[in-house]
Ligand binder design. Structure first.
Ligand code: ATP
Ligand code: MG
Length: 206
C-alpha cells in the first residue's frame, strides 16, 4: 500500500508522522519503503542522525519516486510544497493520503484547500483520505482541538480518525535523537496515542 502523508500547511507534523510510522511498520515486520519527497529533506536528516548513532533497526530513505513492482511493501511518503510536480505524482500513486492537521483556523482552511487540490490534480482512482488532529493541546480546558475535529468532520469524502496526537516534547526529541517516540518512551502517553494511530491506519492490511 502507498500512503502519502501530506498537507499544504507547513509544520503540521508530516515528517514526524512519516518517520515514526515507518519505524512502527518496520518493527511490525513489514517491508517498508520510506520516501522523502520534500526538498527540505527533514526525513532524510533524521534518518541520518539515526544512522550516525547506529540505532537498530536501520531505515532507508528514498528521494526518487520509483516504486518496485515485484514484491509486497508498505510505502510511506513525506511530501512538501517545494516540488508540486512531485507531490502530484505521489498523490496519483497513493492508495491513501494521511493528513495531520494542527487545530487552528488557518490549518483548517489550508486543509480544505488541500482537499480541493487532490480532487483537481489526481487523475484516475482518487485516494482515500484520512485526517487526524496533531499537536492538540494537553489542557482539556482548551476547546480548539474539539472544534477543529468537528470542523474536519464536515469536510466531504474524508475519514476523520478518532485519535489525537497531543503536543508533547517527546515528538520533538524524536527528531533530535533519531528515535521513534515508542523507542524513546515505550510506556509514555505519546507512545500510546501513536500506536493507536498506527493501528487504526494499518489494522486491515495483513
Ligand atoms: N505532536 C507533536 N508534539 C510536539 N511537537 C510536534 C508534534 N508534531 C510535530 N512536532 C514538532 O513540530 C515541528 C513540525 O513538525 P514536522 O517537521 O513533522 O512538520 P512538517 O509538516 O513535516 O513540517 P514542514 O511543512 O516544514 O515539512 C517539529 O519541530 C516537530 O518536532
Ligand atoms: Mg516536513
Amino acid at each position: 500500500m502507498v500512503t502519502v502523508i501530506g498537507n499544504l500547511k507547513g509544520g503540521s507534523g508530516k515528517s514526524t508522522v512519516t518517520f515514526n510510522l515507518a519505524l512502527w511498520l518496520v518493527q511490525a515486520g513489514k517491508t517498508v519503503l520510506a520516501y522523502d519527497l520534500d526538498l527540505q529533506r527533514t526525513l532524510s536528516d533524521v534518518v541520518q542522525v539515526r544512522q550516525e548513532e547506529g540505532y537498530e533497526p536501520p531505515l532507508t530513505v528514498y528521494t526518487d519516486l520509483n516504486l518496485p513492482k515485484h514484491f509486497q511493501y508498505e510505502a510511506v511518503m513525506d511530501v512538501g510544497t517545494g516540488n508540486m510536480a512531485l507531490m502530484k505524482r505521489a498523490l496519483s500513486l497513493a492508495d491513501r493520503v494521511v493528513v495531520p492537521v494542527v487545530p487552528s483556523q488557518a490549518d483548517i482552511w489550508s486543509t480544505q484547500r488541500f482537499l480541493y487540490f487532490i480532487a483537481s490534480e489526481v487523475r484516475g482512482k482518487p485516494p482515500e483520505i484520512s485526517m487526524f488532529i496533531n499537536r492538540a493541546d494537553t489542557h482539556s480546558s482548551i476547546r480548539e482541538s474539539e472544534q477543529a475535529y468537528q470542523a474536519l468532520t464536515t469536510l466531504p469524502g474524508v475519514k476523520v480518525l478518532d485519535i489525537r496526537l497531543h503536543q508533547r516534547v517527546v515528538y520533538r526529541r524524536s527528531f533530535s535523537e533519531g528515535l521513534a517516540v515508542f523507542e524513546l518512551e515505550p510506556s509514555g502517553k505519546a507512545t500510546k496515542e501513536f500506536e493507536k494511530l498506527a493501528k487504526l491506519l494499518y489494522s486491515s492490511s495483513g
